[in-house]
Design a protein around this ligand. Structure first.
Ligand code: ADP
Ligand code: MG
Ligand code: ZN
Length: 500
């Protein structure tokens, strides 16, 4: 028995919170961020007897929209079922979910790999309500329940066991996030718990025989823990196989601090959910009219947008991939470019040059976005939709750089100020005197002063140590507060010291 060719087999159940205004079966607000516990609640989502659920059509439409984006079939009819179990955060004693007639059947997700893609088939995408939340105050011998989340609409995307590594699972999860944001069915904000995973894993001997029982790791709430949990379980399963053990079919939890999974219950102890059709909600007909109406609302998908960015703006696949990965970044980039293209059309120049110019501007905008602006955003952990810089102002900065009205280091300073205050770049440039100095006479004067003050350095340059020119350049920059045109300074210094 050899385990060298053994292969892990993974299937995911991905839960995503839909961004509808109200909950799935009542009119309570679905947005409880920064809201006191138990404020967005009513008798229905608190599970009081005698209440009647009314399905939120918007949530059903969102689920179908997701299904269509993931290539699922939409059946003519769907229904809700009760999944019965007891837990304090589930006041009714059952969760309304979908069992044998989900609203989306089958489908697939193409996971982008380096130069290839992996197709992961889907079993289904269904709708269900979320439970409330238990709060365990530190040191207290009791727990509290917050029902704000109770009745929040979720979709659950269930894959076939087609995933074979932690990397594939990670990329698939990212893709799901990307697509759900593109189609505007969820913000998929991980910090707000909008996306959670259950991960099923077993081991295959490489010849198609399953050699360990499935472990299901429940409630992973970040990409990182998904990846870590798979890596941990892969080792556990391989070690068991090497020892000739099969493991037991069980549900496990994930401890983020210890980076280890812990057994919760064996499959024998699994609750019997006694699914049965929800008697208070009639079957729902999904007419072909409704489905085609939803289909028409599907926007350009990430892969299509990536291809268009490469084609239209001439940026690299890698850059385009980074930009499109986040819908809001892609929109910011596109808005910046439309400003720039409009601006460029007012400049003089031959029509034939316009496309070339557009690509140069796109390249510049992409560089400034991915290195400089990201560089400011990252340490602050802010999202692009939260920053004070508008696409219009960002475009203006790119135009200043493009026209060489400011040099690179001045532009960085301006961007920093824009990031902090939201002011427009031209205003900042004038206020701080950062406009690039191109005037030869003015630059010559500064160079003369610097040459006089640095006799030894000048001598060493004359003896051939040209690298010391950089030092003098630094001095000129310091005296001009970074606003001198560096190419011109270099030319002047060389002419004055080396001659010719
Ligand atoms: P349930 O959770 O209702 O019992 P299943 O266990 O059939 O349903 O499937 C749940 C998840 O388990 C799916 O994502 C599926 O891809 C995955 N799965 C099924 N078989 C395996 C397997 N042999 N190894 C790993 N995952 C599996
Ligand atoms: Mg399951
Ligand atoms: Zn309610």
């Amino acid at each position: 028995m050899s385990s060298t060719s053994s292969q892990i087999v993974i299937g995911l159940e991905v839960h995503i919170q839909l961004s509808t205004k109200s909950k799935l079966f009542c009119s309570c607000s679905n947005d409880s961020f920064n809201v006191a516990p138990n404020t967005h609640v009513c008798p229905l989502c608190m599970g009081h007897p005698g209440t009647l659920p009314v399905p939120n059509m918007k949530a059903i439409e969102y689920a179908i929209k997701a299904g269509l984006a993931f290539n699922s079939e939409i059946p003519h009819e769907t229904k809700f079922d009760r999944k019965n179990y007891f837990y304090p955060d589930l006041p009714k004693g059952y969760q309304i979910s979908q069992y044998d007639q989900p609203c989306c059947v089958g489908g697939f997700i193409d996971v982008p790999l380096d130069d290839d893609k992996k197709r992961v088939r889907l079993r289904r995408v269904h709708l269900e309500e979320d439970a409330g939340k238990l709060v365990h105050p530190v040191g207290a011998n009791y727990s509290l329940v917050d029902y704000n989340r109770s009745g929040t609409p979720l979709i659950e995307i269930v894959t076939e066991p087609d995933i074979s590594s932690s990397e594939e699972a990670y990329l698939l999860a990212q893709k799901v996030q990307e697509v759900c944001r593109y189609i505007s069915v969820s913000d998929v904000d991980m910090e707000k718990g909008h996306m959670r995973f259950d991960m099923n894993i077993s081991l295959n001997d490489g010849d198609g025989n399953q050699v360990t029982e499935i472990s299901e790791i429940k409630n992973l709430n970040s990409f990182r823990s998904l990846k870590k949990a798979i890596e941990f379980e892969a080792v556990r399963h391989k070690e068991a196989y090497e020892k000739g053990e099969r493991l037991i079919h069980e549900t496990r939890g994930w401890d983020d601090d210890k980076e280890a999974s812990v057994s919760q219950r064996s499959k024998e102890d699994a609750p019997d959910y006694r699914y049965f059709p929800e008697p208070d909600i009639p079957k729902i007909v999904l007419s072909s009219d409704l489905v085609s109406k939803i289909k028409r609302t599907l926007p350009e998908m990430p892969e299509e947008r990536k291809a268009r960015f490469v084609e239209e703006y001439g940026i690299s696949k890698k850059e385009a991939g980074t930009i499109i990965a986040n819908k809001y970044v892609a929109e910011f980039f596109e808005n910046t470019l439309s400003e720039l293209i409009e601006w460029a059309s007012t400049l003089e120049g031959k029509e034939s040059k316009k496309d070339d110019e557009k690509k140069k501007l796109a390249k510049l905008a992409s560089n400034w976005l991915l290195s400089e602006l990201y560089g400011l955003m990252r340490p602050e952990r802010v999202k692009i939709q939260e920053i004070k810089i508008t696409a219009e102002n960002f475009a203006e900065l790119i135009a200043l750089v493009y026209e060489k009205k400011v040099n690179s280091s001045a532009a960085q300073e301006i961007l920093k100020e824009m990031f902090m205050t939201g002011n427009d770049p031209t205003h900042i440039m004038n206020e701080k005197g950062l406009k690039q100095v191109d005037d030869i006479d003015e630059l010559s004067l500064v160079c003369d002063t610097v040459i006089q003050e640095n006799n030894e350095v000048v001598e060493s340059i004359k003896e051939g140590k040209e690298s010391a020119l950089q030092f003098l350049m630094g001095q000129v920059m310091a005296k001009t507060k970074g606003s001198a045109n560096p190419q011109k300074v270099m030319e002047i210094l060389k002419t004055k010291i080396i001659g010719g």
